[in-house]
Write a protein that binds this ligand. Structure first.
Ligand code: HEC
Ligand code: HEC
Ligand code: HEC
Ligand code: HEC
Ligand code: HEC
Length: 322
């Protein structure tokens, strides 16, 4: 594959179209118009891998996206196992989706028949309707090769709806949250703005990122008489842990006697009858533990497990006391 430096291409694109002071520009523009480019336009062929269609000019965003769960949606081992290698067709829609702006933002995503390995690929979010030229962006840049076009919805939570609402209800939870009242979006946290850069990071800002997960919970302990009181504050605008049935928030209380108590919060599977005890959006919850020896416990930890049977020692530590 031919890889071009994004900087060089950017200069080329600007030189071709947006540099009136350059005396060579009109001639170059004319030549470019005469020789039709061999490559089809970036948006036109959803069967081309993102590596070919977008990466040559958007290397940084591509690299970030490659580390995100969106890029792994089709190849993720858990998803493949639980969908029986996607033989369960109802699992394909969001894990290899077509352009949601084309299939509709108020309905569940629609399965893509081509290039499924890319999972939630660039055109799942930036693709427009078939036959429409260009990609969805926050502003019109008619001179750029991919012809970005301003699409309001790209900067709203509606973009996330087709995949994050139908089975999870996350947008419904968010609607009543403090973050929503502050005018924040899902992307405020999950596509964070980057210092010194116009754009946002498409990277791994989710449950696999320990530092990021820690920003979602405040954890305090105190002793009241013969009780340990653990206060948990959900700092996210959705359930904690969010969406995933694999994650579990676990409180681990270790006493001086060596005895260990666990309390676990996880989204139940569809076939489980237990109630969903995860923290609600913005909720502050206090939990009380009797202290058998009447003394402080040796150690209290708030852990996030990536899967329910993960050993305590391998989990993310979100808080520790004393
Ligand atoms: C041949 C090079 C090239 C290819 C291929 C390409 N782009 Fe672009 N793209 C550009 C240039 C140049 C800009 C303008 C950058 C600027 O002005 O900051 C741009 C801008 C954008 C923007 C708007 C960014 C902004 O600053 O507002 C988006 C979104 C975008 N591209 C998405 C895509 C996607 C998705 C693909 C693949 C389907 C793609 N591009 C393929 C060159 C390319
Ligand atoms: C409505 C869209 C949608 C459909 C349909 C869908 N998923 Fe997902 N899936 C998601 C989203 C969004 C996530 C990321 C959040 C999460 O982990 O729940 C996800 C994540 C997953 C994960 C990763 C969980 C983890 O943490 O490892 C697995 C496994 C999974 N899905 C399996 C399935 C299976 C099996 C089906 C079919 C029965 C299915 N999905 C259908 C949207 C969907
Ligand atoms: C076209 C479908 C689709 C759209 C649109 C979409 N997502 Fe996802 N998202 C998924 C799927 C599928 C996964 C799970 C991939 C996996 O782990 O198998 C996921 C995973 C995630 C995760 C988990 C990340 C991690 O590292 O665990 C976050 C956070 C997320 N999406 C946020 C968003 C936000 C914010 C938006 C809107 C700006 C959005 N998504 C739009 C389908 C989508
Ligand atoms: C899950 C949806 C989603 C996917 C997948 C996605 N994007 Fe984006 N992208 C967005 C959103 C949302 C924004 C606008 C964020 C904001 O509000 O500033 C954006 C912004 C951009 C921008 C302009 C900002 C910047 O950082 O330069 C570019 C360029 C871009 N995307 C390219 C890509 C490319 C290339 C891919 C694939 C490698 C891709 N996107 C995959 C949702 C997505
Ligand atoms: C104030 C910041 C913030 C906002 C806004 C936010 N989230 Fe989150 N989100 C987090 C944090 C922190 C986590 C990790 C802890 C957890 O699982 O709850 C997370 C977890 C997730 C996960 C699970 C990732 C995984 O792999 O377990 C998904 C999916 C997700 N958020 C989607 C969304 C969607 C969709 C929206 C908008 C409706 C949204 N988030 C708004 C902070 C935020």
């Amino acid at each position: 594959m031919r890889r071009a430096r994004p900087g060089a291409l950017l200069l080329l694109a600007l030189g071709l179209a947006a540099c009136p002071e350059d005396p060579q520009a009109p001639a170059r523009r004319a030549r470019a118009a005469e020789s039709p480019s061999e490559a089809p336009p970036p948006w036109a062929e959803p069967w081309r891998p993102a590596l070919v269609a977008c990466a040559p000019c958007h290397e940084r965003v591509f690299r970030e996206w490659s580390e995100s769960a969106h890029a792994r949606a089709w190849t993720d081992r858990n998803a493949r196992q639980s969908s029986r290698e996607f033989a369960r067709v109802e699992c394909r829609a969001c894990h290899a989706p077509q352009a949601v702006l084309a299939t509709g933002l108020d309905a569940i995503a629609v399965e893509r028949e081509v290039q499924r390995e890319d999972g939630v690929h660039c055109l799942s979010c930036h693709g427009l309707s078939r036959g429409e030229a260009g990609v969805a962006a926050l502003r019109d840049l008619p001179a750029a090769p991919c012809r970005p076009r301003r699409v309001e919805a790209l900067a709203t939570n509606a973009l996330c709806f087709p995949c994050h609402e139908p089975r999870q209800g996350t947008l419904g939870e968010f609607a009543r949250s403090a973050a929503a009242a502050r005018g924040e979006l899902c992307s405020t946290c999950h596509f964070p703005a980057q210092p010194g850069r116009l754009g946002r990071s498409h990277g791994d800002w989710g449950g696999a990122n320990e530092r990021f997960v820690r920003t979602g919970l405040r954890f305090d302990c105190r002793i009241e008489g013969a009780e340990l009181v653990v206060a948990l504050q959900n700092l996210t605008p959705h359930r904690f842990p969010a969406e995933s049935r694999s994650r579990a928030l676990v409180l681990r209380v270790e006493h001086f006697s060596g005895a260990v108590e666990h309390r676990s919060f996880r989204r139940p599977n569809e076939d489980e009858s237990q109630v969903d005890e995860r923290l609600l959006p913005d909720e502050r919850r206090e939990l009380r533990f009797a202290l058998p020896e009447g003394a402080s416990p040796a150690r209290v930890e708030a852990l996030m497990k990536s899967f329910p049977l993960q050993p305590d020692a391998a989990a993310f530590v979100l808080g520790r006391w004393p």
